[in-house]
Design a protein around this ligand. Structure first.
Ligand SMILES: Cc1cc2nc3c(=O)[nH]c(=O)nc-3n(C[C@H](O)[C@H](O)[C@H](O)COP(=O)(O)OP(=O)(O)OC[C@H]3O[C@@H](n4cnc5c(N)ncnc54)[C@H](O)[C@@H]3O)c2cc1C
Length: 352
C-alpha cells in the first residue's frame, strides 16, 4: 500500500515510521521538516497535570499514551540510534501564593479522576522533594507518573527511524491532498491543516531554553506552578537544558511580536518559583503554534475512504505521539480499531 503523509512534525513522522514498519510504501511531504510546534515543545508527558475541565475526553487517551511512552522511547532509540531523553522524574505542581494553592486544590479533584497517583504535599514537604523551590511556596501535589522527554531529540530520532524503515522524503509543500498520488493520505501538517479545510486554529506559545552552568543545580523534578494566578512549568533535562514555559495567545501566525514581554514574564515568574534560575544562561526564546480544534480535542480519523486526519493535538502533541501513531497506523491498514468518536474529524460538520 502506498501511503502519503503530509507534514514531518513528530505526529506525521511517528505515523510514517509505524506504517513503514508494517510494510506500507511511505512518502512524507514537508518543505521544512521540524519547523512546526514539535521542536518548540517542552516535552511534558503529563496525563494528570495537563487534565483540564471541559477536556475530560482526553483523559483515557493521555493515560494510554503515557503508559506507552517508556517502551516507545526504548524502541525508537533502538531503531534510530538516538537517545530521546525520556526521564521518569516525578512532577510537582505547586502554588506560590494562597490563591495559587487554592486553585491547585480545586484542580486536584480532576487530577484524581484520572485514576493515576496524586499526593498532596504541604509547603515544607514539597521543598524536601525539590530543594530548589522558593521558601514562599505554599505546597501543592506530587504526581509520580507525569514525566518528560526531549522533543527535539524525539523529532530527530523519528526522522532517522522513519528513513531507516524505508520512508521516502519529499521537500514539498502540498497544496491539495487530492492531487497526491497514493492509496491513503494522512494529513499531519499541524496548523497547515487549516489550508486543507480542517477546523484548526493556531494557539501561539513561547518557551525559554536555559542552561545551568557547570556545578549549578537544576530542578530534579518537573516543576509546574501557579505564580500569582499564572501557570508556569520548568522542565530539566539530563543534558543540562532547562525549559521554562509557556505563554498562550491567539494572535495569528506571527512568531515575532511580543517575545520580549513573554520572556520577561516567564523569567520573572520562574525565578519567583525557583530562585536558582536567575543564575542560568538564557540560550533561546522560541515560539510555536499549537494546532487546535474548536473543542481543543484532536482530529483523528477518516475524512473520506482515502484521507485520514492526524492533527489538533494542541498542548499534548508530544505526550500523544505513541497512542496517535498506533491508532492512525491501524486506521491506515483498515484494522478493526474501536473508533474514537470524541476525536472524529467530521464532528463539527452540520448534519443534513
Ligand atoms: C510552546 C509550546 C509548548 C509545548 N509543550 C508541550 C509539552 O510539553 N507536551 C506536549 O505533549 N505538547 C506540547 N506542545 C504541543 C506540541 O508541540 C504539538 O501538539 C505538536 O508538536 C504537534 O505536532 P504536529 O506534528 O501535529 O505539528 P507540527 O510539529 O507543527 O508539524 C507540522 C509540520 O507540517 C508541515 N507542513 C505544514 N503545512 C504543510 C503543507 N501544506 N505541506 C507539507 N507540509 C506541511 C510543517 O512544515 C511542519 O513541519 C507545546 C507546543 C508549544 C507551542
Amino acid at each position: 500500500m502506498r501511503l502519503a503523509v503530509i507534514g514531518a512534525g513528530s505526529i506525521g513522522l511517528a505515523v510514517a515510521w509505524r506504517a513503514a514498519r508494517r510494510g506500507a510504501e511511505v512518502t512524507v511531504f514537508d518543505p521544512d521538516p521540524g519547523s512546526g510546534a514539535s521542536r518548540v515543545a517542552a516535552g511534558m508527558i503529563a496525563a494528570v497535570t495537563e487534565a483540564e475541565f471541559g477536556e475530560e475526553d482526553m483523559i483515557p487517551f493521555m493515560a494510554e499514551s503515557a503508559e506507552a511512552w517508556p517502551s516507545f522511547a526504548a524502541e525508537l532509540e533502538e531503531a534510530s540510534g538516538i537517545a530521546v531523553g525520556h526521564r521518569d522524574a516525578p512532577t510537582l505542581m505547586v502554588g506560590l501564593e494562597d490563591g495559587d494553592r487554592a486553585e491547585i486544590d480545586r484542580q486536584s479533584g480532576l487530577y484524581r479522576s484520572t485514576g493515576r497517583e496524586v499526593r498532596a504535599l504541604p509547603g515544607r514537604e514539597s521543598r524536601k522533594v525539590e530543594p530548589l523551590l522558593s521558601h514562599r511556596t505554599r505546597g501543592g501535589v506530587l504526581v509520580p507518573g507525569d514525566h518528560a522527554v526531549d522533543p527535539r531529540a524525539v523529532h530527530e530520532a523519528l526522522l532517522a527511524a522513519a528513513e531507516r524503515a524505508g520512508a521516502a522524503f519529499r521537500a514539498e509543500r502540498v497544496t491539495d491532498p487530492a492531487d497526491v498520488d497514493a492509496d491513503r493520505v494522512v494529513l499531519a501538517a499541524g496548523c497547515g491543516c487549516a489550508d486543507f479545510g480542517l477546523p484548526i486554529r493556531p494557539v501561539r506559545g513561547a518557551v525559554l531554553r536555559l542552561r545551568a552552568g557547570t556545578g549549578r543545580p537544576a530542578p530534579r523534578t518537573v516543576v509546574r506552578g501557579r505564580v500569582a494566578g499564572h501557570p508556569l512549568y520548568i522542565v530539566s533535562r539530563d543534558s543540562g537544558e532547562v525549559v521554562v514555559g509557556s505563554t498562550s495567545d491567539e494572535r495569528g501566525l506571527d512568531p515575532t511580536t511580543g517575545t520580549a514581554g513573554a520572556a520577561h514574564d516567564l523569567l520573572r515568574r520562574s525565578i519567583d518559583l525557583v530562585p536558582e534560575i536567575a543564575e542560568y544562561h538564557l540560550e533561546e526564546v522560541s515560539v510555536g503554534f499549537r494546532p487546535t480544534a474548536p473543542d481543543n480535542l484532536p482530529l483523528l480519523g477518516h475524512l473520506d475512504a482515502r484521507t485520514i486526519a492526524a492533527t489538533g493535538h494542541y498542548r499534548h502533541g508530544i505526550a500523544l505521539i505513541p497512542a496517535t501513531a498506533a491508532y492512525v497506523a491501524d486506521l491506515v491498514f483498515g484494522a478493526d480499531t474501536a473508533v474514537r468518536k470524541a476525536f472524529d474529524p467530521l464532528r463539527f460538520e452540520e448534519g443534513p
